[in-house]
Design a protein around this ligand. Structure first.
Ligand code: ATP
Ligand code: MG
Length: 289
């Protein structure tokens, strides 16, 4: 099944004086390798965007482990499992996170949820389409790797953030993910976010390696979204089940998260890859170099 894009159904009644059908940006946060920081990034970005006055839904699509709950210390009575089984509707399941963003909790620890059936995927998309919320952003925190579910959620998103760390296997796994998304699903647009780096130089090096490989072997160009420094405060916030940007807004990693989220916010989805490597800071690097 080729997943349909998650978007507002045009035929629904118009609310808010006719402004109801503003476009919702559906962005997946994904990676080839696990443990690269996706859940932390997704949760902190959701918080920053909602503090900017945007309506955000964070979808915990890591059906194997309900990470978002853990990071935020949120307990929810119902989850995606109940929606997919038709027991509950989405609004009954969505909970409020810090800063007012909404969270769609994943089904926790239920093995069979790791691979959703086609029917369940369809139910989920329909439920998202029917959601009676005026959303600006839907951020999807995916599982790692190239399993069917990850691909499905990435396909459902119009914008894909691939999180990479300096760990060499993270880079090769990110490339593998991009390759599969491109070759099997014709996806050509990716934003690279370097996490747990020492600074911008290391991040740009990672990006250039990935970008060169994508350009050389796949003939596609990938965008650079930015970097987040390795910072002990990240783990400290997780331990306290608090959001980094709320608890330690002046930390190095928070600085990166604010910058990256701002860059993402200002970005127009149609800006994506077009033959030259773009750094959001403004500088461009020619792909042919
Ligand atoms: N910038 C950072 N600096 C230091 N530690 C970090 C940073 N980003 C994430 N971490 C730590 O790395 C670990 C993994 O983070 P996280 O759970 O967000 O990764 P993930 O990609 O969602 O993992 P999974 O693939 O298992 O879902 C956590 O302990 C987190 O605190
Ligand atoms: Mg995670």
């Amino acid at each position: 099944m080729v997943p349909r894009e998650i978007k507002k159904a045009d035929k629904r009644p118009v609310k808010n004086g006719g402004k109801r059908n503003r476009a919702v940006r559906v962005i997946s946060i994904t990676s080839g390798k696990g443990g690269v920081g996706k859940t932390n990034i997704a949760a902190n970005m959701s918080y920053i965007l909602s503090k900017m006055g945007k309506k955000v839904l964070l979808v915990d699509a890591d059906a194997g482990l309900a990470n978002v709950d853990v990071v935020l210390g949120i307990t929810s009575e119902y989850n995606l499992h109940h929606v997919l089984n038709g027991e509950k509707r989405l609004p009954d399941v969505i909970v409020e996170g810090p800063g007012g963003f909404k969270i769609l909790p994943a089904a926790s620890g239920i093995q069979s949820m790791a691979e959703l059936s086609k029917g369940q995927k369809l139910t989920l998309l329909e439920e998202l389409n029917d959601l009676d919320e005026d959303l600006d952003f839907v951020l999807i925190d995916t599982a790692a790797g190239i399993a069917g579910n990850v691909m499905y959620f990435n396909m459902a998103a119009k914008e894909i953030i691939v999180v990479v760390t300096p760990d060499p296997t993270s880079l090769t796994d990110a490339y593998a993910l991009i390759k599969v998304m491109y070759q099997n699903y014709a996806v050509k647009r990716f934003m690279i976010l370097a996490n747990m780096v020492e600074g911008s130089q290391e991040a740009e090096k990672i990006y250039i390696r990935l970008s060169n490989a994508a350009d050389h072997f796949l003939n596609i160009s990938v965008d650079y979204l930015g970097h987040i420094c390795s910072d002990r405060k990240v783990r400290a916030a997780v331990r306290k089940q608090s959001l980094l940007v709320e608890m330690y807004p002046d930390s190095k990693a928070s600085e990166g998260l604010f910058e990256v989220t701002q860059g993402l916010y200002q970005r127009h989805p149609e800006d994506a890859a077009s033959g030259t490597i773009r750094f959001f800071g403004g500088a461009t690097v020619d792909n042919n170099d």
